[in-house]
Design a protein around this ligand. Structure first.
Ligand SMILES: CC(C)(COP(=O)(O)OP(=O)(O)OC[C@H]1O[C@@H](n2cnc3c(N)ncnc32)[C@H](O)[C@@H]1OP(=O)(O)O)[C@@H](O)C(=O)NCCC(=O)NCCS
Length: 335
């Protein structure tokens, strides 16, 4: 078995900043409510004509990660693309990225695990690198939420939370023993599949069928979220899976140098921080600036934390995610 490590990171967010006050001009909401419940002050939205899309943002993040890893695009053995908001129904974002990066042929795989997508993708990359099958795997999490949210009063409890952006990591074979990805733990519980979901368009809700049935009353084209149930499950599962990862490596909460939780809601991150007794400098949050960017949130946060010098060689870095499915997972890294 080989070791695997993150050898390069990058992120990209659209330039267009949308503040809570700007949202309040469109829907019945206000800055105080959004900040108090979620911690979010602003988020980024793609605007028509700016050239961005889920896969374009993914490519922009990937190019930075590739350069920082000191490799060429054609050194990549596998692309794993995590998103719930692909450019197209099919084919997936992985092959779109492959084309834009001008990689001749390599496998490209899409992961559909929503807010846990990046953790699932990173775990998959880790397995392929550890077995020796690939030397460098490109892992991307990217989301274009703003085009598909319900910006009417009906959708306000969901639409204020989500933002657009992308993050990428190169997972490479590591020479130094004990450095890199120590373990990954993944879970899901399908009985909650409908509690945070976007049902159509899909084979269950084909567009022609919906139009024929005149579904003005109940259009499933916007995400539905049972916010309180999500919150309650999130705080439990985040704690469990972080502990599971630490235990598997004989580590303790006090060993954590940096916890990067999926940026679901600042209140969830703060709950975990309090529960584990972590200091402010041991937990990284940037949801205030970007909202919840689902599969992109961890790689964006990881990149920002690394760029700011908050992650140093030898640090114990813990990534943890929870989201739709429900799905959740953790990654323990010795940097
Ligand atoms: C979504 C969430 C912020 C909502 O907070 P909440 O306290 O559960 O709020 P509720 O949905 O019970 O609504 C409370 C009130 O605020 C109102 N409200 C909802 N959205 C609002 C908004 N954007 N602006 C103003 N008021 C809003 C509701 O209509 C309700 O009003 P009422 O009391 O008059 O009926 C919260 O449940 C949450 O953070 N859940 C977890 C979500 C999450 O992390 N998702 C990502 C998972 S990966």
């Amino acid at each position: 078995m080989y070791q695997s490590k993150i050898s390069g990171l990058g992120h990209y967010v659209p330039e267009n900043v949308v503040t809570n006050d700007q949202l309040a001009e469109r829907i019945d909401t206000n800055d105080a409510w959004i900040q108090e419940r979620t911690g979010i002050k602003e988020r980024r939205h793609i605007v028509k004509g700016d050239g961005n899309s889920t896969s374009v943002m993914g490519v922009k993040a990937a190019k930075i990660a590739i350069e920082r890893a000191g490799i060429e695009a054609n050194d990549i053995g596998l692309i794993i693309f995590a998103t719930l908001s692909p450019d197209m129904y099919f084919p997936g974002g992985g092959v779109q990225v492959q084309d834009m990066l001008e990689i001749d042929t390599c496998p490209a795989l899409d992961v559909r695990n929503q807010c846990s997508g990046f953790v699932y993708a990173l775990s998959t990359a880790d397995q392929f690198v550890k077995t020796g099958m690939y030397e460098h795997v490109l892992v991307i999490g990217s989301e274009h939420h703003s085009g598909g949210l319900d910006f009417t009063d009906r959708g306000r409890s969901v639409s204020v939370i989500f933002g657009d952006g992308a993050g990428a990591a190169i997972v490479s074979r590591s020479e130094s023993d004990g450095q890199g990805i120590l373990s990954t733990h993944l879970h899901s519980e399908g009985k909650h599949k409908d509690e945070l979901a976007l049902q159509g368009p899909s084979t269950r809700y084909w567009v022609p069928q919906i139009l024929k049935e005149n579904p003005q009353e109940n259009i499933p084209y916007f995400p539905y979220m049972n916010g309180q149930l999500v919150f309650k499950n999130a705080v439990v599962r985040f704690s469990e899976v972080i502990k599971e990862g630490l235990d598997a490596n004989g580590l303790d909460v006090s060993d954590i140098d940096m916890l990067i939780p999926h940026q679901a809601n600042l209140r969830i991150s703060q709950f975990i921080q309090r529960k584990f007794g972590l200091r402010d400098d041991q937990v990284f949050n940037n949801i205030q600036k970007f909202g919840n960017t689902t599969a992109a949130s961890i790689p964006i946060a990881l990149t920002e934390a690394w760029e700011a010098g908050k992650i140093k060689k030898g640090d114990l870095v813990v990534l943890a995610a929870f989201g739709s499915g429900f799905t959740w997972g953790s990654v323990i890294i010795r940097w």
